[in-house]
Design a protein around this ligand. Structure first.
Ligand code: 3HC
Ligand code: NAI
Length: 691
C-alpha cells in the first residue's frame, strides 16, 4: 500500500505515501479507497483528512502506467473520486507543495480543500498531449470560473495556491502546520450536512461563449499539430452546456482518444527523456558534488557574454576575463543591453537587473580567477589559443576547481592534456544565444572525474539548462548529426530543389526553421570552415560544393544581408534570391545533373533519416548514453518538433525496417555515396526492435 491510514481521535487521516511525487498509481488508488472504507466502518470517525507525505499532495496520475492495463485497473481514479464524493463522512484534501493533474482532480472530488500558500496548483495534462481525464475539465470551471480554468487547462501552467484564494477552490488557507490546521477545520465542519460537492455548483459565467471563442483563436496556430488544446476547450464547453455526468463521459472519451495519439506518446517520451538524461550509469545520486559558489568565464564574445548571464541569473557571482579592456566593455555592454530588453518586455525589474549586473565582474588578470570554483573557457576556436588559456588556468586555479571548455569542434582530451589535472577538465557546450537556448551538451573527456561530471549536470539544472552527456567526438551529438542533415539538404539542391522548398517542407514537418534559414542565421562561413578542415582530416566526407560557392560570393547569411536568401538590413525576413537560385541551377548544369521534381516527402525522409542514421552510430560508439538523450538534444537545441519526440523516437514510430529500407534505397540513388545504413540501425532492424 502506498497510502497509510491513521486515527487522530475522531478524525481519520489518509496519507499518500508514494515518493517522489505521490503519483496515483494502482497501489496508491487502492490505499485511498481502503482508507475511506476503514473510516466509514469506524463509527467514532467523523471526518477524513487526505494529505500527501513528502514534497507535495500529488503530482497526478502515474504517467508510467499509461497505455498499460494498470492504468485502468480498478479502482480507477474515477472510482476513487466517486468513492470520496459519495462518502457519507466529510473528506478534506489538505494540500501542500503541489496538486497537479489527477492530484488536483482528486482534491476536487473531496468535499473541502485547505491549502498552504505557494502550493503549485495545475492541470498540466495538456503538456503531455492529453487532457485532465478524471473530471478536472468539469469540476475546475465550477470552482474558479471558466476564464481561469480554461487558462489553466489549455496552457497547463501551475498557479500558486494563494492566487486562487479568492475562488471557491479553497475553503481555507493554512499558514501553520498543515495537518493540524486541516484537523481543526475538520472538527468545525464535521457535522455540516448536506456534504458540499463540486459537481452541484452551477457555472454562472455569462461571458463563457466569448471566453471559449477567444481561447480557440489563441491556440489556432498550435491546433494544426497538437490536438490536445482544442479538446481541452471542447471539454470545458461540455462542462458549461451538458449535465455533469454527460460532461464527465465526454471528457473521458476525449481523454481515451488523446492518450493513444503519437503526439501524446512523443510528449511523454520527452518528459521522461528529460528526467533520464540526468542519470549517468555508474554515478549514483549519493556522489558528493563539488561546491559551486563562484564562477569565471574566459572570453566576453558571443558565447562568453551569454554564459556569464546564466550564472548571474542563477545568483552565482561570475568574473569575466579578456585580453583587452575594450573587449570587456563590449561584452558587458551586450549583457546590459540584453537585460534592458528583458526589462522593457516587463520580464525583469530594475532591481533584478541591478542585482544581476552586480554579480558580474571583469578582469584582465588570471590571478583574479584563482578562487573560482568553475571556469568556462569561450575564446577563439583555435587549439593554440585554447592551449595558452588552459596552461595558464592550470597555473592559477585553486585545486579542485572545474576547468570547462565551450569548444564546439576541438578535441576535449587534447585540451585536457594541456593541464596537469585532466580529471578536472570537462566540456560545457552551450548553444547560441547561450543565455536563451536550453541545451547544454556536457562533454565527458577520457579522464573527466565522476564527481566533476555529476557537479556539472547538477549545475546545468541550477542555471536552468537541459544537460545531456556526450562523449568526445567531432561535433559531439548535435552538430555531428546536423552535418549529415545539411549534407543531404545541399545534395537536394543539386538534384532539383531550391532552398525555400526544402525549408518549407521541414518547417511543415514542424521544425522551427528549415536548414537554409538556420544556416543564414548561424553564419554560412562556420560550415564553410568546417568543410575546409574536413577535406584534410576526413577525405571520406564528400560534400556538395554548392555551400562553398555561396560563401565564395561573400553570402555568409543575415550578418551580410545575403546568404541562401536575400535580407534587407536590420530585417530578418528571408526573401528568395534570384542570384542564389540561378547559381544552384548553373551548378547542377556544370555537374551534368538532370534536375528533377522532388516531393516534400523525400525531402523530409532524407533529412530526418540522415539524423537518425548518424544517431545510431553515435549510440553504437557510446557517445550518447541512450537514444532519448539524442532526442533531447534535438528537442532543446535544434527546434525539432516536440510533438514528434526527436529523431530517434520519430524513426522508431515510422518503423526501423522502413527507415533502413529507405536508407538503402537512397544509397543506390544519386549521391548515394553519402548513405550507409549504420550497423546498429541494421542490427535493431534485423532484431525487429526500435531505438
Ligand atoms: N507520474 C509518474 N512519475 C512522475 C510523475 C507522474 N505524474 N510526476 C513526476 N514523476 C517522477 C519523475 O519521472 C521523476 O522520476 P525519477 O526520479 O525516476 O526520474 C520524479 O517523479 C521526480 O520528478 P521531477 O524531477 O520532475 O521532480 P520535481 O520536483 O522537479 O517536479 C513535479 C515535480 C512538478 C510534480 C513534476 O515532476 C511534474 O511536473 N510532473 C508531471 C505532473 C503531471 O503532468 N501530472 C499530470 C499527470 S497526467 C494525469 O494526472 C492524468 C489525469 O488527468 C487522469
Ligand atoms: P567570439 O569571437 O565571439 O568570442 C571570443 C572572445 O574570446 C573574443 O572576445 C576574444 O577577445 C576572446 N579571446 C580570444 N583569445 C583570448 C584569450 N587568450 N584570453 C581571453 N580572451 C580571449 O567567439 P564565440 O562565438 O563566442 O566562440 C567562443 C567559443 O565558443 C569557441 O570555442 C566556439 O567554438 C564556441 N561556440 C560558439 C558557438 C557560437 O554559436 N558562436 C556555439 C557553441 C560554442
Amino acid at each position: 500500500m502506498t497510502a497509510s491510514f491513521s486515527e487522530h481521535g475522531d478524525i481519520a487521516v489518509i496519507t499518500l505515501d508514494n515518493p517522489p511525487v505521490n503519483g496515483l498509481g494502482f497501489a496508491t488508488r487502492s490505499g485511498i479507497v481502503d482508507g475511506v472504507q476503514r473510516a466509514l466502518d469506524h463509527p467514532a470517525i467523523r471526518a477524513i483528512v487526505l494529505i500527501g507525505s513528502g514534497k507535495g499532495f500529488s503530482g497526478g496520475a502515474d504517467i508510467r502506467e499509461f497505455n498499460t492495463p494498470k492504468a485502468l485497473q480498478e479502482p480507477s481514479l474515477h472510482t476513487v473520486i466517486r468513492t470520496i464524493e459519495s462518502c457519507g463522512k466529510p473528506v478534506i484534501a489538505a494540500i501542500h507543495g503541489m496538486a497537479m493533474g489527477g492530484g488536483l482532480e482528486l482534491a476536487l472530488g473531496c468535499h473541502y480543500r485547505v491549502a498552504t500558500p505557494a502550493a503549485q496548483i495545475a492541470l498540466p495534462e495538456v503538456k503531455l498531449g492529453i487532457l485532465p481525464g478524471a473530471g478536472g475539465t468539469q469540476r475546475l470551471p465550477r470552482m474558479i470560473g471558466v476564464q481561469r480554468a480554461l487558462n489553466m487547462i489549455v496552457h497547463g501552467a501551475p498557479v500558486p495556491s494563494e492566487q486562487l484564494a479568492d475562488t471557491h477552490l479553497f475553503d481555507r488557507m493554512i499558514t501553520g502546520d498543515l495537518l493540524e490546521g486541516a484537523m481543526a477545520f475538520a472538527h468545525e465542519i464535521a457535522d455540516v450536512r448536506p456534504l458540499p460537492k463540486v459537481r452541484d455548483h452551477q457555472i454562472q459565467d455569462t461571458d463563457a461563449t466569448q471566453v471559449l471563442q477567444a481561447m480557440r483563436e489563441q491556440i489556432k496556430a498550435q491546433a494544426q499539430h497538437y490536438p490536445a488544446p482544442t479538446k481541452c476547450i471542447d471539454a470545458v464547453e461540455a462542462a458549461i452546456n451538458l449535465p455533469f455526468e454527460d460532461g464527465l463521459s465526454f471528457e473521458r472519451e476525449l481523454f481515451l482518444q488523446l492518450v493513444q495519439t503519437t503526439e501524446s506518446k512523443a510528449l511523454r517520451h520527452s518528459f521522461f527523456a528529460e528526467r533520464s538524461a540526468v542519470k549517468i550509469p555508474g554515478i549514483g545520486p549519493d556522489t558528493t558534488l563539488r561546491e559551486i559558489r563562484a564562477a569565471a568565464v574566459i572570453g566576453a564574445g558571443t558565447m562568453g557574454a551569454g554564459i556569464a548571464m546564466n550564472f548571474a541569473n542563477a545568483g552565482i557571482p561570475v568574473c569575466v576575463l579578456e585580453t583587452a579592456q575594450a573587449a570587456l566593455d563590449k561584452g558587458l555592454g551586450t549583457i546590459r543591453r540584453n537585460y534592458e530588453n528583458t526589462l522593457k518586455k516587463g520580464r525583469l525589474t530594475q532591481e533584478q537587473l541591478d542585482k544581476r549586473m552586480g554579480l558580474i565582474s571583469t578582469t584582465l588578470e588570471y590571478e583574479a580567477l584563482s578562487s573560482a570554483d568553475i571556469v568556462i573557457e569561450a575564446v577563439f576556436e583555435e587549439i593554440s589559443v585554447k592551449e595558452t588559456v588552459f596552461r595558464r588556468l592550470d597555473q592559477v586555479m585553486k585545486p579542485g576547481a572545474i576547468l570547462a571548455s565551450n569548444t564546439s569542434t576541438l578535441d576535449l582530451d587534447r585540451i585536457a592534456s594541456f593541464t596537469s589535472r585532466p580529471q578536472d577538465v570537462i566540456g560545457m557546450h552551450f548553444f547560441s544565444p547561450a543565455n536563451v537556448m536550453k541545451l547544454l551538451e556536457v562533454v565527458r573527456g577520457k579522464a573527466t572525474a565522476d564527481d566533476v561530471l555529476a557537479t556539472v549536470m547538477a549545475l546545468a539544472k541550477k542555471i536552468k539548462k537541459t544537460g545531456v552527456v556526450s562523449g568526445v567526438c567531432d561535433g559531439f551529438i548535435g552538430n555531428r548529426m546536423i552535418e549529415q542533415y545539411l549534407r543531404q539538404a545541399f545534395y537536394l539542391l543539386e538534384e532539383g530543389c531550391l532552398p525555400a522548398q526544402i525549408d518549407q517542407a521541414i518547417e511543415n514537418f514542424g521544425f522551427a526553421m528549415g536548414p537554409f534559414r538556420m544556416s543564414d542565421l548561424a553564419g554560412n562561413d562556420i560550415g564553410w570552415h568546417i568543410r575546409q578542415r574536413r577535406r584534410v582530416e576526413r577525405p571520406d566526407m564528400v560534400y556538395s560544393q554548392i555551400g562553398d560557392k555561396l560563401c565564395e560570393r561573400g553570402r555568409f547569411g543575415q550578418k551580410t544581408s545575403a546568404g541562401w536568401y536575400d535580407y534587407h538590413p536590420g530585417d530578418r525576413t528571408a526573401h528568395a534570391s534570384d542570384e542564389v537560385n540561378q547559381m544552384i541551377i548553373a551548378h547542377a548544369a556544370e555537374l551534368g545533373v538532370a534536375r528533377r521534381a522532388i516531393g516534400d516527402d523525400e525531402i523530409v525522409e532524407r533529412l530526418i533519416y540522415a539524423l537518425a542514421n548518424e544517431g545510431a552510430r553515435i549510440l553504437e560508439e557510446g557517445i550518447a548514453l541512450r537514444a532519448s538523450d539524442i532526442d533531447l538534444v534535438y528537442l532543446t537545441g535544434y527546434g525539432f518538433p516536440l510533438y514528434r519526440g526527436g529523431p530517434m523516437f520519430y524513426a522508431s514510430c515510422v518503423g526501423l525496417d522502413k527507415v533502413s529500407a529507405a536508407v538503402q534505397r537512397y544509397a543506390s540513388g544519386p549521391n548515394g555515396h553519402a548513405w550507409h545504413v549504420a550497423p546498429f540501425l541494421q542490427k535493431l532492424t534485423d532484431e525487429g526492435k526500435s531505438f
